[in-house]
Structure formats: C-alpha cells, structure tokens
Design a protein around this ligand. Sequence first.
Ligand code: SF4
Length: 427
Amino acid sequence: MDIQSKLNILAAAARYDVSCSSSGSERKNNNGLGNAHVSGICHSWSSDGRCISLLKILMTNMCSYDCAYCINRRSSSNDRAIFTPDEIVNLTINFYKRNYIEGLFLSSAVYKNPDFTMELMLQCVVKLRMANFNGYIHLKAIPGADKKLIDKAGLYVDRMSVNIELPSRESLKLLAPQKSAEAIFKPMDYLNNRIIEIKEDKKTYKKPPLFLPAGQTTQLIIGATNDHDLGILRLSEGLYNRYSLKRVYYSAYIPVSDNPNLPALLNPPLKREHRLYQADWLLRFYGFKAGELLDEKNPDFDIDLDPKSFWALKHMELFPVEINSVDYTLLLRIPGIGVRSALKIRAARRVGSLSYDDLKKFGVVLKRAKHFITCQGKYYGTSFTDLPIIRQFLLPSEKTQAPKNKFEQLSIYNMMQDNSSAVTGEL
Ligand code: SF4
C-alpha cells in the first residue's frame, strides 16, 4: 500500500480521538473554503500555553481488541493499514519542513499485543529525536504495555495520554471486555509518580532529564453507556486530584456500530459533551466539587442550562447576595460572573462601594447575574422567588445558539462576551 493511502486511512481513523478540538465534525467542503471533515491535522497546547498544529495519525488501525463502540474494532469491516516507524518519521519531518505542522500526535490500535504496539511507537519517537526533531510529540500510552516501555517513551515525548474511554468498570465489562480498569490506571499512576520524581530531582540535579513536560491527559466517551454525569464528573475530579492530569477530554459517542449494548443514537450527544466541559471548568477553576454540582437525586445536568446556573437554581437559599460584601468563593459562583470579573470586583470594592453600572464595566453578564445579587442593597432581578421565570432568563439567548444557515465573520470581542464558553467550557 502506498504512503498516501496509508495516510488517508490512518489519519481518518485517528479522528475519533479528541485530545484536540478539531475532531468529530461532519462538515464537508461543498465548493467553499476549508473542510472540517478531513482529518490529519489537529491542535493542542504546549506546556507554555501555545496552540500548536499536529500531524494526528494512528500507527495502525489493525486491532486485536473488539471494543463495541470503536470504529477500529477487530470485527469492523473498514480498510486497515499500518505505518512503519520510518514512514512516520519521514512524514513528520517532511510535513514539519513544509511548515504544515509543529508536532506529532501518535496513537494506535492494539496491534498483536500492547507491548508489541508500544515498542513500535517507541521506535518512532526515538528515531524522531535521533533525527534531531525537536517538535512537540503527544503519544498515546497503550494500556497493559510494560512500564519500562512507557517509562522510556516518557523521556522522548512532551505529553502522554492513557485513554480511559468508558467511565465505569461495568461499562468496560459490557463494551470493552478485553480492557481492565487496572491496565488503564496503572500507567497513569506510574506516569504521575515519575513526573513528581523528576520535579524533585530538579531540586538536587542541575539538569535532570525531561519527562513529559506537558503532562498527561485522558479521554472519556460520553453517551455510549448509561453512566450518569455525576459518575463521570466524580471520575474526572479523582483524576485531577490523584494523577494531576492536565486535562480530561470528553468525547460525544459517535454511533459507529449497531451492537445491541450501545444506544441507538442518531447524532453524537454534543450538547451533553459541552455541559461536561463546562462542569469540568467549574471543578478546575471555580472550586466546585462534583458532589456539589450533582447528587444522587439529580445525577445529570439540565441539558438546556449551563452547570453553574443549574447549581445556583438548586441553591436559591444562598441568594441574593450583596455584591459589595459577598465572600470571594460565593462571588465566583454567581451565574454571569467569571473569574476575571470576580477578581476585578474584589479589587475594586476594597477602594469603594460598587454601583450596578460599575459591574457592567467589569464584564459581569448582568442579564444573568442580576437575579442573584443586590447592589448597594437594591435588587435588580425579576421575581426572585419564581424559579421557572428565573430559569427562563438563564437559558442561552438566540445570540449564543448556533446560527442556522447564517454565516458571519466572528469578532474576537463579541466572542469573548458571548461565545467564549462554547469554545473553552469557561462559564
Ligand atoms: S483497543 Fe482501542 S482501537 Fe482497539 S477496539 Fe478498543 S478502543 Fe478501538
């Protein structure tokens, strides 16, 4: 098979991995500009926060496992291919020299067995570094591979990820019986310990080796099983706390199989995926705990409301709060007030009492926040006790809905006010 055919197959097969923001789109080019359908290049963030473009491919899609939700499962009838390590090295260096990419995102199906696959992937990254390639490399660790192989790979690449995919042991048993939770969590634990060790070594040695400077990440598939948002969020919280993960990526299940254990979805649950990204943001930057956002009685988010508004509506006994005196933790929890606005409010109110108009200048989204605050003792919201009416006000406006058959040039300033949450998950 020629290299172009391999590239077509193995770049397309890699699109289901969402450790970048460009996967999962079905929009093709109909005589216009661009094409989100074609895979091959994705974006990621380096340890210093730069967005970088990566060649995103699988080493092979020949899999000896048969995970029901996966397009590359053994029983699937799609075209198969495998790259040699040298082919990947040549492709990466050639694309890099042509300025198409700044790095490589290399994943793989389990070819023969986890060790054999990991060994092949390791050969790739070693050869790339021996060829003086200093670009960014994100490598997928194969669960179940020998820890010596994973350890060695960590010395050559910037980031590694071990994909959990299914959020519970029961789901793994049902849809991916050849995988085990232990085989997934062991390498995560190991990588985390090595990152900590190397950090410690930095205090003693002048130049300890680099080990995963951009840390580790994972991916969870949403909607392929009946796991609730609460279980998914608790898992993410545990991963951030226990393994210091840089990111948990959520990937709406794309229906690729008619296995009776899978839900009969027409479309991927993208809105649910987005709500989980927003909730993830609340865990990482707003001090929320999974158990505060959801509980056994309400184990799933209201799909129409962002998770912060969902939480606030369940805790109306805490509101309204006086903006000039509310403590910072609760200030951050008011719908319509983000971290940047909260910091500005905290700094400004040290100097003097803030008026309602001052809040606008600090970027507070008043049409949301006004239902939860008083300012200099005055309440500006509507029907504080009428939850359905407040909920109505918190629903996304037409402006933030995806435009139907309407295209316009995005302004970065409008985007920052209205749509930034859709891009980052920030609330
Ligand atoms: S091991 Fe990975 S590539 Fe193979 S079937 Fe399972 S999810 Fe797909």
